[in-house]
Design a protein around this ligand. Structure first.
Ligand code: GDP
Ligand code: IMO
Ligand code: MG
Length: 428
């Protein structure tokens, strides 16, 4: 069984963590290929809730080797806080492996993230403030610090010097902040070095060797398609490629080794931070979805903006990722709603668009064209087969399947590991 990619189909928080977790017992490696501690993946095991940020959800399955891939940006302080919190709850984190090529978040990246947002004013992205964008900027700008650099203090010092020469100009002259010294950044990293060493490995080789042995590798993407720096609602995006192609780059696994690309999609839509969102609700219904779905960010605690299911986005995500399967999550949250609207196309300044408008302005102007589906009142949280679902819930899922670009293989009816209906095995 080759590699499997798990990708968010909307604007994040679709339930990627839960999906990786339900694959858990049959999986050997779970690699996080992109993002950093801007993510928040929730897993509920027998009523116990775990919130993972930098670590892949696979860390909760004792048989899984969790891996932080080369495409991730690592905040060492956040990493060890997360490891300590998990260890204190009895999880074993000793198998974790971290790519020597992953980049490190420094305190000045977080400062620049926050101050850039302030300077953007009304045009702010609403980032998580974790320094993710500035760390990726340094990576692409060839001024980054990698995990391997901290093991040689003189190299580390040289790299920090190179980066700070330009950063301090920016911090002092543009942003009116104090300059940062090389010493203070070296001193920030040094206490982590000994603890980090045993985790660091050539993860690209490790993962490909596992695939050669016929083992199962899951790539658990952070963020989502519409937050992708190339394919998302630029500039209201994150700074990595959360789409399926990015998972290859961020883990060192070639595209020919992948046999499943699983899109995770919520039965409605949410978004955190700024940017266009055609089906967003500003009325009581939006508040209802927020409450019923517990739509508050894991990472920053911000309320998530809520709206109806958007099939234009689902088709787009299916296309740019090449989805083989969908996992539809949170169907249970829609229970009790009389009539459920689904966006099937957009009206852009009087013209119908069945697919995503080509321009950003078009997307900002997009008004949803809805089809309406009858709801259901029965509690579905105990459903374990498709036939257990009320007829109207079955019709809703079948309708989504027809218009979303690929089959719905798993349906989520609650947050717990057990609360899933498997229509097609994701590992066969
Ligand atoms: P991720 O970032 O994609 O991993 O998703 P998050 O964990 O940020 O947000 C998804 C939330 O929905 C979490 O609180 C999950 O526990 C919860 N969840 C996942 N699947 C289901 C489901 O089918 N039903 C319900 N009610 N909650 C779910
Ligand atoms: P998971 O993996 C939802 C959003 C932020 C902001 C934009 C850029 O849990 O689905 P950044 O800090 O990355 O520079 O912020 O991206 N964002 C997320 N929204 N879920 C996430 O992760 C997100 N990670 C980043 O809110 O709008
Ligand atoms: Mg999340």
């Amino acid at each position: 069984m080759p590699a499997i990619v798990v990708v968010g189909a909307q604007w994040g928080d679709e339930g990627k963590g839960k999906t990786t977790d339900i694959l858990g017992t049959s999986v050997d490696y779970v690699v996080k290929p992109n993002g950093g501690n801007n993510a928040g993946h929730t897993v509920v095991v027998a009523g116990e809730k775990y919130e993972l940020k930098l670590l892949p959800a696979g860390i909760l399955s004792p048989n899984v080797v969790p891996v932080i891939g080369n495409g991730v940006v690592v905040n060492l302080e956040a990493l060890f806080e997360e490891i300590d919190a998990l260890e204190s709850r009895g999880a074993d984190t000793s198998k974790l492996r971290i790519s020597a090529n992953a980049h490190l978040v420094a305190p000045y990246h977080q400062t620049i993230d926050k101050v850039t947002e302030r300077f953007l004013g009304k045009r702010a992205i609403g980032t998580t403030g974790r320094g993710i964008g500035p760390t990726y900027m340094d990576k692409v700008g060839r001024l980054g610090i990698r995990v391997q650099d901290v093991f040689d203090e003189s190299i580390l010092r040289q790299k920090i010097e190179g980066s700070l020469r330009q950063k301090n100009e920016l911090l002092v002259k543009v942003y009116n902040r104090r300059a940062v010294t090389v010493d203070e950044i070296v001193e920030y990293f040094m206490p982590f070095v000994d603890r980090l060493r045993p985790y660091v490995a050539e993860t690209e080789l490790l993962l490909n060797d596992a695939l050669d042995r016929g083992e199962v590798v899951v790539m658990e993407g952070g963020q989502a398609t519409m937050l992708d720096v190339d394919h998302g609602t630029y500039p209201f995006v994150t700074s990595s490629n959360p789409t399926a192609g990015g998972a290859c780059v961020g883990s060192g696994i070639g595209p020919t080794r992948i046999n499943r690309v699983i899109g995770i999609v919520k039965a409605y839509t949410t978004r955190v931070g700024a940017g266009p969102f055609p089906t967003e609700l500003f009325d009581d219904m939006g508040e209802y979805l927020q409450k019923a779905g517990g739509e508050f960010g894991v990472n920053t605690g911000r309320p998530r903006r809520c709206g109806w299911y958007d099939a234009v986005i689902a088709r787009y995500a299916s296309r740019v990722n090449g989805f083989t399967d969908y996992v539809l999550t949170k169907l249970d949250v829609l229970t009790g709603i009389k009539e459920i609207p689904v966006c099937v196309a957009y009206d852009v300044d009087g013209t119908r668009h069945d697919e995503m408008p080509v321009s950003q302005t078009g997307f900002h102007h997009a008004k949803p064209i809805y089809e309406y589906f009858e709801g259901w009142d029965e509690d579905i949280t105990g459903a374990r087969t498709f036939e257990d679902l009320p007829e109207n819930a079955q019709k809703y899922v079948k309708a989504l399947e027809e218009i979303s670009g690929c089959r719905m293989s798993v349906i989520g009816v609650g947050p717990d590991r057990e609360q899933s209906i498997v229509c097609h095995d994701l590992l066969d």
